[in-house]
Design a protein around this ligand. Structure first.
Ligand code: HEM
Length: 482
């Protein structure tokens, strides 16, 4: 009876899609868990078969029409994030997982100045210092005549930057042997669990409440989450016990902002350990692999395309003639070819690969010309937009020139790696700063040669963010000649 209702008498019955998807959420579970992070790939084939709007779950629609992206995520939208998806990161109290619109706006206002362009410009020297350290670590591979794992190297760098900035602590990620830092290993073990957490929330609850003495006997994929919480919890305990300890750090941290007393009319939850822990864990996750992945994808394509590589180096030399004297971040931002390379890297890396689910309501919403009933989960994946051949011809080709044409400005609205609107990326200024300084510095100072590279090295499984598995992209390192 329920099956008949879902198929024929549901308010989404008129939308095309596989009947099994309309009947049960096990359809999605199969692609998330059994086919191990392959949902967004599958969505591409569903759109080829069923058109621009597909019923992909009993209560869920996915769109591929470019206009839909703005209707779902753009400025002025107020759709709630789908709780089932956002709770699976086990950071329920973070701004990322919150859904009350006003509360989110208050929280974003509180932390916004910490990630403003002004704050990031003040941070430039710190970021450049960490990148210089990465370059000198990579030079050790030159002296040892060994190839370096660039995936881990870039992720170690972004982890180091975000941890130093947000918490004024260093995980010493760039000092770890072969960049195998324990936080990165914990993230790698944790990410595949998100689909289990999403579809089976009871497992998440049980796991997070497991006594520490049992944590050591859990398998690595679950132990990593608990370890991460424990490490960050220790710092928060110290701060909550003695807030004046924050006076001794050399720059502001996220805690300085979160612990600032707010006017009474600003609706914010009381400061608790759980809140600070969830914010901290999410910030570290949001700020590390996203930037690291984009750098890896950039490096892979630059090094596998001689023309792009030499044009990039020539354009960098114009603003950076003396190898030992780096220009400022603001000077690098003005190098058109570097900017084009970074935009193309963001397009190919996507940022977040899982379509970001939003809940329509409280009234009917118009999305790409369709009237969608309240309670429907809607989404449109960035991969679908970034690979749309009518917007980005030959979409699998890394082609920075597409961003340098007279009408390239029109393309900007289709680059959605940072998403858009009221829930767009909060760390976007920091991300751009890291991308300019990292790719600028690494390619001005180092000449790299891929080590038996294939596109497989940057192919990914989808665990919300892309996780590059298998061999990882390696390259031999040598200094540039001048
Ligand atoms: C290349 C780098 C980055 C990319 C591509 C990226 C992408 C994104 C995307 C797509 C979202 C929306 C997620 C959603 O709606 O569920 C997001 C949100 C967010 N990002 Fe980033 N991000 C990057 C770097 C950073 C950095 C460095 C930080 C610093 C901590 C950061 C902090 C955040 C936060 C806090 C949110 C949640 C905002 C909210 O829900 O209101 N991101 N990011």
């Amino acid at each position: 009876m329920r099956a008949v209702k879902r198929l024929y008498r549901h308010n989404l019955s008129k939308y095309p899609g596989p009947p099994l998807a309309a009947l049960t959420s096990w359809y999605r579970i199969y692609y998330d868990i059994v086919r191990d992070g392959s949902w967004s790939k599958h969505l591409e084939s569903l759109h080829e078969t069923y058109g621009y709007v597909v019923r992909v779950g009993p209560n869920e629609l996915h769109f591929s029409n470019p206009d839909a992206y703005n209707d779902i995520y753009g400025m002025g939208t107020r759709f709630m994030k789908q709780p089932e998806m956002y709770s699976c990161f086990a950071t329920d109290k973070s701004v990322f997982a919150m859904w009350d619109h006003q509360e989110v706006m208050n929280r974003r206002t509180l932390i916004g100045p910490f990630f403003s362009r002004k704050a990031i410009l003040n941070l430039e020297k710190t970021v450049q210092g960490k990148i210089d350290l990465l370059v000198s670590r990579l030079m050790e591979y030159y002296h040892a005549n060994k190839s370096a794992n660039l995936d881990l190297a870039f992720r170690s760098l972004s982890l180091e930057i975000i941890t130093s900035y947000c918490f004024s602590r260093s995980p010493n990620a760039l000092d770890s042997k072969d960049f195998r830092n324990e936080v990165l290993i914990a993230i790698d073990h944790t990410m595949p669990m998100i689909w289990v957490f999403k579809h089976f929330p009871l497992i998440r609850k049980l796991l997070l409440n497991v006594p520490e003495c049992f944590a050591s006997v859990l398998k690595p994929s679950t132990k990593g989450i608990l370890e991460q919480r424990k490490q960050m919890g220790t710092q928060i305990d110290e701060i909550m016990k003695d807030p004046s300890s924050l006076d001794n750090v050399d720059h502001e941290t996220i805690y300085h902002h979160f612990l600032t007393p707010q006017p009474e009319n600003v609706k914010l939850p009381p400061i608790t350990r759980d809140w600070l822990l969830d914010e901290g864990l999410y910030m570290r996750f949001a700020g590390s692999d996203t930037v690291g992945n984009t750098c890896t994808v950039a490096a892979y394509h630059i090094l596998n395309n001689k023309d792009v590589h030499s044009k990039l180096l020539d354009s960098l030399k114009e603003v950076w003639p003396d190898r030992e004297t780096p220009p400022s971040y603001e000077a690098l931002e003005k190098v058109p070819y570097l900017t084009a390379v970074l935009k193309e890297s963001l397009r190919m890396a996507h940022g977040v690969v899982t379509p970001l689910p939003r809940l329509v309501g409280p009234t009917v919403a118009e999305i790409a010309g369709e009237l969608i009933p309240p309670g429907t989960v809607v989404s449109m994946g960035a991969t679908i937009l970034h690979r749309n051949p009518s917007i980005f011809p030959d979409p699998y080709r890394f082609d920075p020139e597409r961003w340098l044409q007279p009408n390239s400005f029109d393309l900007e609205k289709y680059l959605v790696a940072f998403s858009k609107g009221p829930r767009g990326c909060l760390g976007i200024n920091l991300a751009w700063c890291e991308l300019y300084l990292t790719i600028g510095t690494v390619f001005r100072r180092l000449d790299m040669i891929p080590d038996q590279a294939s596109i497989e090295d940057i192919s990914y499984r989808e665990y919300f963010v892309p996780v590059h598995r298998g061999k990882h992209f390696h390259a031999y390192i040598r200094p540039t000649s001048a």
